[in-house]
Each structure stands twice: as C-alpha cells, then as structure tokens.
Design a protein around this ligand. Structure first.
Ligand SMILES: [Zn+2]
Length: 511
C-alpha cells in the first residue's frame, strides 16, 4: 500500500555545523547536523526525501580546518551520505577554498547534485539541471537546482576558473519549459533568496544576487521554492507557491509534507520548522567525525603568530572608552583588505583579547561574529549621523561615564557601539544625544557632509543592523564575502611579530 504522504526535509547554509560545537568558547552549541541525524532517524519514512541547498564547506573552525587539511572523501560528504541526503544544490561559499576542496566533497557524495546554471563548456560542471523524482504512488516531482549567479562578484577568480555562471532566473525558465509537462509537482532548489519584501513584493535590490521574488511573480507554476543564502527563517505560502528558507548552521530543519488524497496528483502541502535544539547529537555522527574534531580542537590551540606583547581585554568598558589597540588593528586589517577611507568595528559583549602568542581560538573568541567585510559609499552627512548614533552608547551616571540604558536593556548590545579609524573625533557626553560629535576629521580635514567616503564595515552593520539605517541606505561598493575573522587570522599568520598602534583618535569628554 503506497504511502499517502511524503515528507521533504530541507536544510540550507549548514556552514560546517555538523557537530554541536562552539569552537571559540569550547562549549556545546544547540545546532548541528548531528542533531538533525537523530531527528531524521526518529521521523523519516521510506520514500521521504532529504534535500540541502548549499553553503556547506565554509563557516566555522571545523570547516576551516578541513579546508587547510584536505582529504578525500571530505568528511562532510561522509556525513551527508550517512544522513542519506538525496539531492544537493551548491551554495556560493562552497567555492571558497577552490575546486580541489569542492571536488573532495562532491565526488564522494551519494546525493544527486542538481545544478542548472553553473556550467563548464556548456554543460553543468557538476550534476544535472533537473530531476524527475517518481514517488511510490506514481506522482512525479520535478526538481530544478540553481545557485545565485552572483558568485563571480565575490569569489577569487582562481577558484572558479573555466566556470560559467548563468542567470538563475532565465535558466529556471528554460528548465521549467523542459520538464513542466513531465511532472505533477514542481520544486525549485535555489541557493539564493529574495530581493525584496515577500508580503508586498517591494524590491529593495535588483543586482540579480537574489531572484526569489521574480520567480514567485513570473513563474507561478512553481509549487515549492526551497531557498537559502540569506539565512532567514521562512516557511509560508506566497501566492500559489510554498516558500522555505531554514536559517543557518543546522539550527533547524524544515519539513514539507505533501498529502495525496486517493488518486489525486495535486497534494495538499504542510510546512513545519523543527528546532534541532530539541534533539540530542547522534553518536553515529560523532563517531564519523571524532578524528577530525579532535584534530580541529588541537589545531585551534596551536599558536599561529606572535604579538609584541599580550593584548588582553580585561575590562570591556575601558576597551571601548579608550579604544583598545586590538580595535585599531581590526580596523587596519579592514582598511588594508579594501582600500577604504574609513573603517569601523565594535567588540562583542564578552571578548578575551590575545596573549603574546596567539592561537586560532583566541582570534575566534575575540572576533566572535561570522560577519563578512563590505565597503559602502557613505556621505559625510550619513557618516556624522552614524557617529552620533554610536555616541549614544555613553551616559553620565552620577557624573561618571557609563553605558546608557539603551545598550543594557532589554539585552546587552555593547557590540552596537562602533569605533572608527583613522578619523579623529570627540564624543562630548555632556551634550544631548544627537549633538555629541565634535570636530570629526579625516587626515586633518573636517568631514564634509557632501563628500562621499568609502567606509569598510561588517555586513551586519552595512545592512542597517543595530539600528544604523544610514548604512543600509548607502550604496554598496564592494562585497568581499570574506569573513573578517579569516582576514584577521591571515594577518597574524602571514607576518612577523605584530606590533599594534594605539593612536587615541577618539576623545571622550564626560566631566
Ligand atoms: Zn550561507
């Protein structure tokens, strides 16, 4: 008796999180494909399908270790095979360590790779453009796989030599014409997201990086659109089409259940987000990765470089009040990587700083976010507004400088206080919020409201995160797609002893 329902499990943007490990803190996290394995063992039925939409090979210390110590098969493909992954579509970050590392992952993968728009010599460089999956009950699912074609804007050209990235939307249109008559239910696996608002269809970006809205608007024959790339959590119906985007880091899996009535080929659809924190890690997956996991842990504790002295961060408030030399160094790395005029960064709520001899784990525990580096074209006016915004961090409490309540409750947001280089400026905390920035200069010249400055910052701030809308509205000049923490690691690993500047370009007046 064939099953009347089929479940499709969807993950995306796992980013190396195959184990529940926080490598910076050496503690257990609540996400990971090891938990997904327990969930699948408990709930998967014969005939169910597991699909992943990419960004596997990059994003945490385990992934970094495996990229620097390549072996075949890549352990992540071994885990996906144990999880019985059925279909895989590539993500942009899967190219980050070059084609040999990518091949060590793709070649041993038992899953069918679906890829309609990354070609070499006119054919898919891996996989097939589409699949017709015939279910036990005879229903035919058409599945088309696509990856954001924006990759050449980010990727090191050597990593993608010889590859052609075709427009995802037009490749999809072509494939639908090929298979639409052959299938009962059309699924698109797209490592890309939405270029605007899913409710209103207001478009906020038309670079082509994300084309999900265009797909929904112009291709209503799509029954199920599985997306990723933006790390959003989306599980809803938009017009005729069900949409899924299951966040990142294997924190959750989406379950799309197709219910087939007797003799009916058009199923009713249900979609559910499962929080994997509710599942324990599967010992079988721990076994598969135990060797590389212990190697990664010792790799993280090896010195990668030397500083001229220890730069511990013992007091986070003082580190912000006096701009700790490590902040200046992070800004300098951002300036060196981009050629920008100005760089800014904050510090995580609780960070450790470095001993004189620095380990990878020290870097991960000091730059704690997976942010990437971007450059925006910011007017002097917007720059001054951003400085005023960040100057809200300080408050006078009984005549003493302290942290304003807005950065303490409802949650600690010390990381939303930015420090800038190489501009010089004064924050006069005695003045009301919005009127505190005095004498802001770049290279001795006052910041001109009408001048455009190239400003390097992390992608979170660039998207307006932390309530900095002036950065969201600024034009994007460069999206490196490189993690800032990786740039910091390279800046230490590639050089002699690192000596830090301590320019004291920010003056804070409080009494
Ligand atoms: Zn991703």
């Amino acid at each position: 008796m064939p099953s009347k329902s089929i479940s499709i499990f969807h993950t995306s943007d796992i980013h190396g999180h195959f184990l529940s490990q926080d490598y910076a803190q050496k503690t257990t996290s609540e996400s990971g494909a090891s938990r997904l394995s327990q969930f699948l063992k408990a709930t998967r039925h014969p005939g169910d399908i597991y699909m992943d939409t990419g960004d596997v090979l990059q994003g945490n210390a385990l992934a970094y270790y495996l990229a620097k110590h390549p072996s075949t098969p890549h352990p992540f493909s071994t885990v996906f095979n144990a999880l019985k992954l059925d279909y895989f579509t590539l993500g942009n970050h899967d190219f980050n360590f070059g084609l040999p590392v990518l091949s060590s992952f793709l070649d041993p993968l038992n899953a069918q790779i679906i890829n309609a728009n990354i070609l070499r010599d006119g054919t898919p460089f891996y996989g097939v453009p589409h699949v017709i999956h015939t279910c036990e009950n005879g229903v035919k699912l058409g599945i088309i796989g696509l990856t954001t074609h924006y990759i050449p804007n980010w990727e090191n050209p050597a990593h993608i030599a010889g590859l052609e990235f075709h427009d995802a939307f037009s490749s999809l249109t072509r494939e639908i014409q090929v298979i639409n008559d052959q299938c009962d239910f059309l699924i698109v696996n797209y490592h890309g997201g939405f270029e605007g608002d899913l409710e209103t269809f207001d478009i906020t970006s038309n670079t082509g990086e994300n084309q999900g809205i265009k797909m929904l608007q112009e291709l209503p024959e799509i029954d199920l659109l599985l997306t990723g790339h933006q790390h959003q959590t989306l599980h809803q119906k938009v017009g005729n089409t069900w949409v899924s985007q299951p966040g990142m880091n294997a924190a959750s899996v989406h379950v799309i259940t197709l219910d087939f009535g007797e003799g009916i080929k058009a199923p009713t659809v249900r979609m559910q987000a499962i929080d994997l924190a509710d599942y324990s890690e599967d010992p079988d997956i721990l076994d598969l990765l135990s060797d590389v996991e212990s190697h990664t842990q010792s790799f993280l504790d090896q010195p990668i470089g030397q500083f001229d002295q220890a730069y511990r961060i013992a007091d986070g408030f003082k580190a912000r009040l006096n701009k700790h030399p490590l902040v200046t160094w992070i800004n300098q790395v951002q300036l060196n990587a981009t050629g920008a005029d100005v760089a800014l960064c904050g510090l995580g709520n609780a960070v450790t700083g470095f001993n004189q001899s620095v380990t990878l784990r020290d870097v991960l525990a000091t730059y704690v976010y997976p942010n990437t580096l971007v450059v925006k074209a910011v007017t002097g006016d917007a720059l001054l507004k951003a400085l005023e915004k960040t100057a809200r961090f300080f408050a006078l409490k009984d005549g003493e400088l302290g942290v304003s309540n807005a950065f303490e409750t409802p949650k600690k947001e010390y990381y939303n206080y930015d420090m800038y280089d190489p501009i010089t400026y004064t924050i006069d905390v005695r003045e009301p919020v919005g009127h505190r920035i005095k004498d802001a200069r770049l290279n001795g010249i006052p910041i001109n409201p009408d001048t455009i400055y190239k400003v390097a910052m992390n992608n979170y701030r660039a998207s307006g995160g932390g309530d900095y809308p002036m950065f969201k509205d600024a034009t994007l000049l460069l999206d490196t797609q490189q993690e800032i923490v990786t740039l910091l690691i390279e800046a230490i690993s590639n050089g002699p002893v690192v000596t830090l500047d301590d320019p004291k370009n920010i003056t804070i007046l409080g009494d």
